[in-house]
Design a protein. Structure first.
Length: 433
């Protein structure tokens, strides 16, 4: 009785032939890959110089994606100085590229009196507080000096508006803030520098020409590359700040909404109230800026998008140059190995086998350039983490995209030399010297 064969099943007699064809195909591609690696290793310098365009393009993609990812995560960590549900009114744009316009330069300063007037005019806000900043100031105690302190003068609202929690001691109160009490609250890095292994509460520090008493310390935050190191902060009463550094500068006003869903409403009310306080007519534009976490994110995303666009254009040219280099080296390889190609065809090698050999060689060549570029990109990410304090991490999609594009470049620019090699006449090729 004959054995029934199910529809769609492979007959047993055909299975060995199918497996044999698959085995031969895998063996052929393995031989092509081994031959490609041997050829590249035999011309190391020439191969590396050919890959420079691909290496530069892939390195740029991976390194920039890692650095932008790190900066974005740093920005999202605490968004500079602002806490949750907080926006800030200030004289100058928080981010500016190029010279300021004449209208911006002509703006009048924002004063403490105007900030306190906004507090009274905005009962919808949870709290309103003015603040001023000075960077890279010297604070000292006998035997220790910290020359990179960020000094901030503010009211008690500064700490919650800036999302800075007290670790030990206390903050100054409203009376101390407005009366200029000689007190200071210091960050963790300042404690490490001035009071290593000691309790700073109640001790004296010197800031400028004044001796101040430490009444509190702040919880350790961790450095933020976009905005300095919040652990290196020294917060003093805003009136004391004016006494030390003068009262000629414009202040910033931080406003906290009661709930996150009320941010937009409170911001609109704050703008309207502050326009009245500043004496602006309906026809005049705002002579102040409003900055928030959302606006910072939008600004950074817009900047990152423009950087990505420029970066991809540069990478495109680099990869184009690299692809032309791959094509050139493969054409040279075909010319150098004409007799080898003729001999293989005379011995029975099919045109498809010759084509596959040179295409795989071009893809391997370009892929190696992609691997080198990725490794250099990881190196730049490590430099960003340890030298620039940027938590740079290479996104997996950037690695996959870079290696895929580099391999695709090899495939695209390797087809013509491979096709040219596969079309060689064996008799003519064997006569080549």
């Amino acid at each position: 009785m004959s054995e029934a064969v199910l529809p769609g099943a492979t007959p047993a007699a055909l299975r060995p032939a199918w497996r044999e064809r698959l085995s031969r195909g895998v063996q052929a591609r393995t031989d092509d890959l081994r031959l490609a690696l041997a050829t590249l290793s035999g011309h190391k310098l020439r191969s590396f110089l050919t890959l420079l365009g691909i290496v530069i393009g892939v390195f740029t993609v991976v390194a920039m994606m890692a650095l932008l990812d790190g900066l974005q995560r740093s920005l999202s960590k605490t968004m500079g100085q602002l806490g949750a549900n907080v926006f800030q009114i200030q004289k100058w744009p928080n981010f500016n590229f190029g010279p300021l316009s004449a209208e911006v330069l002509a703006r009048k300063k924002i004063t403490v009196a105007q900030a306190l007037a906004l507090r009274d005019a905005l009962p919808e806000a949870k709290q309103v507080g003015p603040e001023l900043w000075e960077n890279a100031k010297e604070m000292s105690v006998p035997g220790n000096i910290d020359q990179g302190v960020q000094v901030v003068g503010g009211t008690p609202e500064f700490f919650t508006n800036s999302n800075l929690a007290v670790a030990t001691g206390r903050t100054y109160n409203e009376g101390e803030a407005l009366d200029g009490a000689r007190v200071v609250v210091i960050g963790a890095a300042v404690v490490d520098t001035l009071f290593p292994g000691q309790d700073p509460i109640g001790q004296r520090v010197r800031l400028g020409r004044l001796d101040l008493q430490v009444i509190g310390t702040l919880e350790r935050q961790g450095g933020i590359p976009l905005d300095g190191n919040p652990d290196n902060v020294a917060a003093i009463p805003i009136s004391l700040f004016g006494e030390i550094y003068g009262t000629s500068r414009s202040i910033n006003v931080s406003v906290m909404a009661k709930e996150h869903g009320e941010m937009a409403k409170v911001q609109d009310l704050a703008i309207s109230a502050f326009r009245r306080i500043r004496g602006l007519s309906a026809q005049q534009e705002n002579d102040f800026e409003v900055f928030s976490n959302d606006s910072a994110r939008a600004m950074f995303d817009d900047l990152a998008g423009k950087v990505n666009l420029v970066m991809f254009v540069i990478c495109g040219f680099s990869l184009l140059v690299g692809g032309i280099g791959v094509m050139n080296i493969m054409l040279v390889a075909v010319a150098e190995r004409t007799r080898e190609i003729g001999l293989r065809k005379a011995l029975g090698a099919r045109r498809s086998r010759i084509l596959a050999q040179f295409v795989i060689e071009a893809v391997v060549l370009a892929f190696c350039g992609g691997v080198i570029g990725v490794l250099l990109g990881y190196g730049m990410a490590a430099v960003g983490r340890f030298a620039m304090d940027v938590p740079a991490t290479v996104p997996p999609w950037a690695v996959a995209l870079s290696l895929g594009v580099s391999g695709g470049i090899g495939l695209l620019f390797g087809i013509y030399p491979a096709a040219r090699a596969s079309r060689l006449d064996p008799a003519v090729a064997l006569r080549d010297e």
